[in-house]
Design a protein around this ligand. Structure first.
Ligand code: COA
Length: 324
């Protein structure tokens, strides 16, 4: 039987209108544009308006991706949405978006793998297509991480932003996703986490204790090391050499982490998609936002090989090597 591949046939993304620059942050937290830029590469981030949700951004990104693919929502047989900031506890944001799109009846669920959410979702969708279960799948990565940011804590509040990206995957005899690698190690929970929730309970701190706890320097070190071995593993799984990769599309958390991964692959920065300067870290939104930017700016062309990778709380880490 001929091999079935999952091919990206359309991409889309959505950002909130409001932009918060580093200079804006200087007004209410003790930081500087210079500190943020040199440590992270971030210059600005987008922030949701009052009442604007992860589902709203997802819906906008999904509509654009469906249009680009020429696929009607009613044709979808699966929606997988990576997020750690769902609109409500349940139903899943995937279900909320499914109904707004008019894709009622297909399977729909969220994946929480923190910043690796989109690449996890892509890996899962790939398996559904390869197994013959699904033919047309919508994969979304979307976050409103600023909803859980403590704007008085300079160590974290300068790093994050909001946004969403989406792709339509279709079954094809042409490649396609060659390989995906998904990993997690819960032993690292205490380095990056949000401590409250429905089952553990909330507390009397501001915002009911909902805030990001992060040991930045340790996260940095583990991320660089882990991504090094992840890219090696992915190349092996796909049976490829680093020289065959046309574009690296990494998780956009920190320019220094991105540069370290590119160096490991011996790739010049001209072959790396960088959006962290404009979007900051949008968690699950980051990779599909960068992919959509790369496609729409004409950088990524059909037939090129793309290496997508992400790292996040859990820790989780994941990659996908595909022909666009
Ligand atoms: N503005 C100014 N100063 C800041 C600051 C800010 N926004 N945030 C922290 N500082 C200060 C600290 O108070 C500390 O001061 P001290 O040395 O007097 O104690 C100092 O800057 C910290 O410096 P350093 O530890 O050298 O920073 P760094 O080079 O490790 O950069 C991060 C900090 C957070 C940018 C970096 O560690 C990082 O990006 N880590 C990974 C985080 C990440 O990607 N998380 C998401 C993963 S999905």
């Amino acid at each position: 039987m001929a091999q079935i591949y999952a091919r990206i046939t359309g991409t889309g993304s959505a950002l909130p209108e409001k932009v918060l620059t580093n200079a804006d942050l200087e007004q209410f937290v003790e930081t500087s544009d210079e500190w943020i830029r040199t440590r992270t590469g971030i210059r600005q981030r987008h922030v949701v308006a009052e009442g604007e949700t992860t589902g709203d951004l997802s819906y906008r990104a999904a509509q654009i991706a469906l249009e680009a693919a020429g696929v009607k929502a009613s044709e979808l047989d699966l929606i997988v949405l990576g997020t750690t900031t769902p609109d409500i506890i349940f139903p899943s944001t995937a279900c909320l978006v499914q109904h707004r799109l008019g894709a009622n009846g297909c399977a729909a669920f969220d994946v929480n793998a923190a910043c690796s959410g989109f690449v996890y979702a892509l890996g899962i969708a790939d398996k559904f297509i390869r197994s013959g279960h699904s033919k047309k799948v919508l994969v979304i990565g979307a976050e409103t991480l600023t909803r859980m940011v403590d704007w008085t804590e300079r160590e974290t509040c300068v790093l994050f932003g909001d946004g969403a990206g989406a792709v339509v995957l279709e079954a094809s005899s042409e490649p396609g996703i060659y390989a995906t690698c998904l990993h997690a190690d819960g032993a690292y929970k205490d380095l990056l986490y949000n401590p409250v929730g429905v089952s553990a309970g909330f507390n009397d701190e501001p915002n009911h204790g909902v805030r990001i706890h992060m040991s930045g320097r340790e996260v940095f070190k583990v991320a660089v090391k882990t991504l090094d071995s992840l890219v090696e593993e992915t190349l092996q799984a796909a049976g490829m050499e680093a020289s065959q990769i046309d574009w690296l599309i990494p998780h956009q958390a920190n320019l220094r982490i991105i540069e370290a991964t590119a160096k490991r692959l011996n790739m010049p920065m001209e072959q790396v998609i960088v959006t962290v300067d404009k979007h900051a870290n949008t968690s699950s939104g980051s990779v599909p936002l960068a992919l959509d930017y790369a496609v729409r700016s004409g950088k990524v062309q059909r037939g090129q090989n793309l290496l997508l990778e992400a790292f996040g709380g859990g820790f989780t880490w994941a990659s996908a090597l595909l022909r666009y």
